[in-house]
Each structure stands twice: as C-alpha cells, then as structure tokens.
Design a protein around this ligand. Structure first.
Ligand code: 5GP
Length: 216
C-alpha cells in the first residue's frame, strides 16, 4: 500500500507590526497606502480618533471617528493597544483587530506617532519593526503642508512646531528613511518589510518542522 504523503503542516508565520512614524507631510500615508495596495497579506491598522473628519475622510476607512466619551470608554475597557493625544485630538489603536491579524499571519502597518511607537514596543516587543520617515528639509515639509487645502494656516504653523518635536524622536526607531523621492522611499519601506518577514524568530514554528525534514 502506498502511504499517502501528508502535506507539511507549516503554520502561517506571525505577522510583523510595521510601525511607521513621521512628522505630518513627510509622506507616510502615501507610503503606507502604496504598500497596502501592492503587498499581499498586509493590513493597515485603522485608528480611533476624536478629531473631526477632514473633507473626503470616511468613518471606518481612514479612522473610526468617535466622541471623547466613546474614546475614554475604550481606554477604560482596555480596548486600545496604545493611545496618545496628538494635536487637538486623541488617537488610539484598537487591540482586537491587530491581535487577530498577527495571529493569522498578516502584517499590520501602523501610521502612529512616537508616543504610540513607544507603547507598541512595550506591548508587542517581539512583533514591532519601526521606521521613521524624514522629509528632505523643513522648507519642503512646510511646502507640502501648505499644499494641503484642508488644513488652515494656524494648523499648519502648529503642525510645523509638532513636526520638530516628532523629528526629535527619530533615534528611537529601527530604521530611518529620507523621503526625497517617493518611489525610492516606497521601495526602501518594502525592503524593510520583506527582510522583517524572513527573520528566523518570525518563522520559527513552521520552519523548525520543515528544516527537520532536511535533516537539520
Ligand atoms: P492626522 O490628524 O493628520 O490624521 O494624524 C495626526 C497624527 O496622529 C499623525 O502623526 C498620526 O501618525 C498620529 N496617529 C494617527 N493614529 C494614531 C494612533 O492610533 N495612535 C497614535 N499614537 N498616533 C496616531
């Protein structure tokens, strides 16, 4: 009787938490979207925020827009993996979808600030790989912010002050990318994600079983 070969039960690897931080206008949303569109098994974490939607922003797509009371309740219930107050609003990462995605082998991209990065590192130390995106200059950053019609003058000035503060935390991140040329920055981000997927620690469960069939 021919023994039927059992398929190798290689479990999906645990996903990567790719945290991308940058000052507003450095291009992180565009980079994140490009990765989400071009990569299989990548999800973007949709944050909860108390700030009002900007024109064109949809609830459940760009953010989950919630009242201050609803946000506080989520914090109290422990429903957020991390949260912080940035500009005039509070922002946080819902815990349940992230844990489900990582478990299923999806990589999750987080567009969060330095405070969120610190908390994520603490909450998921073995899963986080982080990138800080820098603009080529402060002048270029301001030019990009002024090009966004939805932001008012005072808000732009405020965001420039916040940008300097955000930039001061660059050393806390694993990787740094200078976004002078968008396509190049996207390729560099993709390279970091691909390398992170291949670390031994991230593949260990399925890999050990496979390597044993090779005598290793
Ligand atoms: P914006 O209001 O321009 O969409 O975002 C403002 C800032 O909040 C950005 O730096 C963005 O990365 C950050 N942010 C967005 N979502 C979260 C979140 O869930 N947690 C934290 N800590 N920061 C967030």
């Amino acid at each position: 009787m021919i023994k039927k070969k059992q398929p190798l039960a290689i479990k999906p690897r645990r996903g990567v938490c790719l945290v991308i931080s940058a000052p507003s206008g450095a291009g992180k949303s565009t980079i994140t979207q490009a990765l989400q569109q071009s990569e299989a098994y990548v999800q973007t974490s949709i944050s909860v925020t108390t700030r009002p939607p900007r024109p064109g922003e949809q609830d459940g797509v760009h953010y989950h827009f919630r009242s201050v009371e609803q946000f506080r309740a989520m914090v109290k219930e422990g429903a957020l993996l991390e949260w912080a107050t940035v500009f005039k609003g509070s922002y946080g990462t819902p815990r349940a979808p992230v844990e489900a995605a990582l478990q299923a082998g999806y990589d999750v991209i987080f567009d969060i600030d330095w405070q969120g990065h610190r908390q994520m590192r603490h909450a998921l130390p073995n899963d986080v790989v982080s990138i800080f995106i820098l603009p080529p200059s402060l002048e270029e950053l301001e030019r990009r912010l002024r090009g966004r019609k939805s932001d008012h003058h005072e808000e732009i000035d405020h965001r420039m002050t916040e940008a300097r503060d955000e930039i001061s935390h660059w050393k806390e991140f694993d990787y740094v990318i200078i976004n002078s040329e968008l396509e190049h920055a996207i390729a560099e981000t993709r390279a970091i994600l691909h390398a992170a997927r291949l670390t031994k620690a991230r593949q260990i469960e399925g890999l050990g079983q496979f390597v044993s069939t090779l005598g290793g």
